[in-house]
Design a binder for this molecule. Structure first.
Ligand SMILES: [Zn+2]
Length: 410
């Protein structure tokens, strides 16, 4: 909408969008009032773009230092050589604080106001990360990572230690209305014994907590799951109550087909599509057009540090490019378009956090104001302006950021 208005109430929820103030029940007088007499504050952003903020459905805060390095291995050796040694450093809360502060600030910088985040197995540094999100006023589902096999001693916890840590975090943070909440996070099947997976499922059920993990990312990983659990990947999560029994998001799903796809649909398990990560760790290309055709819910994830770019606008571009590579191999399905990936990053991914990602009435006002004047010198249409910002812009053009109606300033 050209020169439109978004009306937001004092709870930070959108009440309407219109081309003129009168349609929103506002008298344009001094001071401005609504028809019921309430004062109205009007903020004029001029010719800037006002869009819903970004949502990142899959990111490892604890791999922030490894961003942009270590791209020479596939998933399983990559975890052992680069990722687990880095995550072990988070036993030190001083190190965790330095890294997590940078991470939260950079999420903010790129306009991501909500994220599904993996911390590490360490309860104290996970708590610290949750406090940093609270301090910032940004939304996050933060996972203490459950793991007890095929990993170094320093990251492995017993089932009892894992439960104890979660109980502490739940006691402190589990308010369903809060912006920052725990999410049950078994790392992935190869890292968790059946007892650990069962305990995670029971924990999610007991507190009605959401679940996040990884699914069908890499062929060696699939074979390993089959060896460990004697069953296909999605079914392994499902038998422990970790596959849609509470709201669930699974990252990657590169090799999800057939039974697994149907079970995801039936259980309303959401897909976090991480195109940069899938290319960097040479995992493959997720069949996102097929998922959309089958009615799966899909959002985008940066997956730092398998993915190298925290900027979800760039991840949208990669999602389109990967989809075009699918199309070039097989013309049976069309490639993803810009409005589709924009929807994935906003309204679709936002649905995992509640009513987030749209300016429809009742949605929480998570928004970005973008000054694209440097990119808008030749009178582009609104859609072209958005497209140019997504392809060419960066954090320097984001001039205001809002989460649940509050401006977030750092
Ligand atoms: Zn991941």
């Amino acid at each position: 909408m050209e020169n439109g208005y978004v009306a937001v109430d004092t709870d930070g929820r959108v009440t309407g969008v219109a081309a003129d103030l009168a349609s929103l029940g506002v008298n344009v007088s001094e001071p401005c009032r609504k028809s019921n007499g309430e004062d109205v504050e009007i903020v004029d952003f001029g010719d800037r773009l006002l869009i819903p903020a970004m949502n990142d459905l899959h990111v490892h805060a604890s791999q922030y230092r490894n961003q942009g390095i270590a791209m020479d291995l596939e998933l399983l050796p990559w975890l052992q050589k680069y990722t687990f040694p880095e995550e072990m450093k988070y036993a030190d809360t001083g190190y965790a604080e330095r890294m997590y502060r940078r991470f939260v600030r950079d999420l903010w910088r790129f306009g991501t106001m909500r994220a599904c985040v993996f911390a590490t197995s360490h309860t104290e540094s996970t708590r610290l990360l949750m406090h940093l999100f609270q301090e910032a006023g940004m939304g996050a589902l933060v996972g203490k990572v459950a793991m007890n096999r095929n990993c170094p001693e320093g990251l492995s916890e017993s089932v009892e230690e894992m439960l104890q840590g979660y109980e502490e975090l739940i006691a402190e943070f589990n308010n369903p209305e809060a912006l920052v909440r725990p999410i049950v996070t078994p790392r992935f099947v190869p890292s968790c014994t059946p007892e650990m997976l069962r305990a995670c499922g029971e924990l999610a059920a007991k507190y009605r907590l959401p679940v996040q993990s990884h699914l069908s990312e890499n062929k060696d990983e699939l074979a390993l799951v089959q060896t460990l659990e004697s069953i296909w990947y999605g079914a392994a999560y499902n038998r422990y109550g970790l596959f849609g029994q509470t709201p669930t998001v699974m990252a990657h799903c590169v090799y999800t087909r057939g039974k697994e796809l149907r079970l995801m649909k039936r259980n309303d398990v959401m897909v976090a599509h991480c195109p940069t990560s899938n290319l960097n760790v040479a995992s493959g290309m997720a069949p996102i057009r097929q998922f959309l055709d089958e009615g799966l819910r899909v959002g985008l994830g940066s997956d730092i540090s398998g993915g190298h770019d925290l900027n979800i606008f760039r991840v949208m571009v990669y999602a389109i490019q990967v989809s075009k590579m699918h199309f070039l191999r097989n013309h049976a399905r069309p490639f993803l378009t810009l409005p589709e990936v924009f929807w994935m990053a906003t309204k679709s991914a936002g649905s995992f956090f509640g009513k987030v990602g749209s300016f429809e009435p009742g949605y929480e006002f998570d928004a970005l104001v973008i000054d694209d004047s440097d990119l808008n010198h030749d009178h582009y249409s609104l859609l072209e302006r958005l497209e140019r910002y997504i392809y060419l812009g960066d954090d320097r053009q984001i001039v205001h950021r809002f989460c649940r109606g509050n401006e977030i300033i750092m």
